[in-house]
Design a binder for this molecule. Structure first.
Ligand code: PLP
Length: 370
């Protein structure tokens, strides 16, 4: 059974009736319950009501959807974006649009489940390459293909917090005539200048054809999007099945909240800077303890303990100490690589991070990890 939150998302939450420091949500910039964001959502609720009750291509398109798409495009430095009701829909909508039967997809073995689903739905043949392994990718790209080719990868991998080697992937995609798609659900609002994402961080804006993202993480709302050229977005709009067949497009209040966050982060990098200060502070502390945080370079910090039961036990022990960090085990991660997945937010104070660090230290000692 999962736990229940009885408070707004924040650095501290009421979880199952108990106040805990929240080290588990994707609220990277700490803006999910910012008063200005809540105000923007409330205004949209008064103006447009609750549910859209129709697909956007029928009578469910609100001005705030169009405004959000424009603001997102400007922020990401692309020509256009299309907003979906979640990141899963963006991936399952765009991949079958890009490729189909007779085409070939090259997918990192640790890509998100919604990429895997999008690949399956497309009917294209899928070749899975070893995680971030460029020899493995090239070996597969070399094999002859008649149809189109698509290389797809997460920008930031959500379980390990490591980065895709995008410059090398872009080189190989170009060399073998493949399109390149990056899902930056965990990089948007986090990576690169002003949090514009992993593609921007690597200065690859003109070498990546398609990006997908989520508004449920750093942007503190819920929703997803596809970003790219005007031509791509305009031809995707009438065709993406997860877009045209749903009468549950992004609710206008959620779009208004996301728009507010985009406006805030476009003008002010304080939140992104605070996130990274917190990330460095916490990662240093955990590394000094001698705990294994794998290959993370982002605010997703796995504390790898190995055994699944041990990860569960540690998560429960931390909960009793007033800290919530989610235990993740097989099949979410490979067998023997169970972990606590610690998520850092700009909303955490130093005191929150110290308390979480103390509790992890104490718990790791009790469990014989250090
Ligand atoms: C890499 C990645 N892509 C896509 C998604 C799906 O986004 P959403 O939560 O908006 O459906 C997630 C996580 O939720 C993710 O981690």
């Amino acid at each position: 059974m999962y736990r229940t939150v009885y408070s707004p998302q924040g650095a501290r939450v009421n979880l199952d009736g108990r106040e805990v420091i929240n080290m588990a949500s994707n609220n990277y910039l700490g803006l999910a319950s910012h008063p200005d964001v809540i105000r923007a959502a409330k205004l949209a609720l008064d103006q447009y009501g609750v549910g859209p009750t129709a697909s956007r291509n029928i009578v469910g398109n609100f001005p705030v959807h169009d405004e959000l798409e424009k603001a997102l495009a400007k922020y990401k430095g692309v020509e256009a974006t299309l907003v979906f009701n979640c990141g899963v829909s963006a991936n399952t909508g765009v991949i079958p649009f890009l490729v189909g039967k007779g085409d070939m997809i090259y997918s990192d073995e640790l890509n998100h489940g919604s990429i895997i689903d999008g690949c399956r739905l497309s009917g294209a043949t899928v070749k899975v390459y070893r995680h971030k392994n460029m020899e493995s990718l090239e070996e597969k790209l070399k094999e002859p293909v008649v149809g189109k080719k698509l290389v797809v990868t997460d920008g930031v991998f959500s379980m390990d917090g490591d980065l895709a080697p995008l410059p090398e992937i872009a080189d190989l995609a170009e060399k073998y005539g493949a399109m390149l798609m990056v899902d930056d659900a965990h990089g948007d609002g986090v990576m690169g200048p002003m949090g514009k994402g992993t593609v921007d961080y690597f200065e690859l804006r003109h070498r990546v054809e398609v990006e997908t993202g989520s508004l449920s993480k750093a942007f503190g709302s819920a929703g997803g999007f596809v970003a790219g050229s005007k031509e791509l977005i305009e031809s995707l709009r009438p065709k993406a099945r997860s877009f045209i067949f749903t009468a549950s497009p992004m609710a206008p209040c959620l779009a208004a909240a996301a728009l507010k966050v985009i406006q805030m982060v476009s003008e002010d990098d304080t939140y992104v800077k605070r996130l990274w200060e917190n990330r460095e502070y916490f990662a240093n502390r955990i590394t000094k303890l001698g705990l294994n945080i794998g290959t993370t370079v982002t605010p997703v910090i796995p504390v790898i303990v190995g055994d699944g039961e041990l990860a569960q036990k540690m998560s429960q022990d931390l909960f009793e100490k007033g800290i919530f960090a989610q235990a993740i085990q097989y099949p979410m991660v490979p067998k023997g690589a169970a972990r606590l997945r610690v998520m850092i937010s700009a909303g955490h104070t130093k005191e929150d991070l110290d308390l979480a660090g103390d509790a992890i230290e104490e718990s790791a000692k009790t469990m014989g990890l250090i």
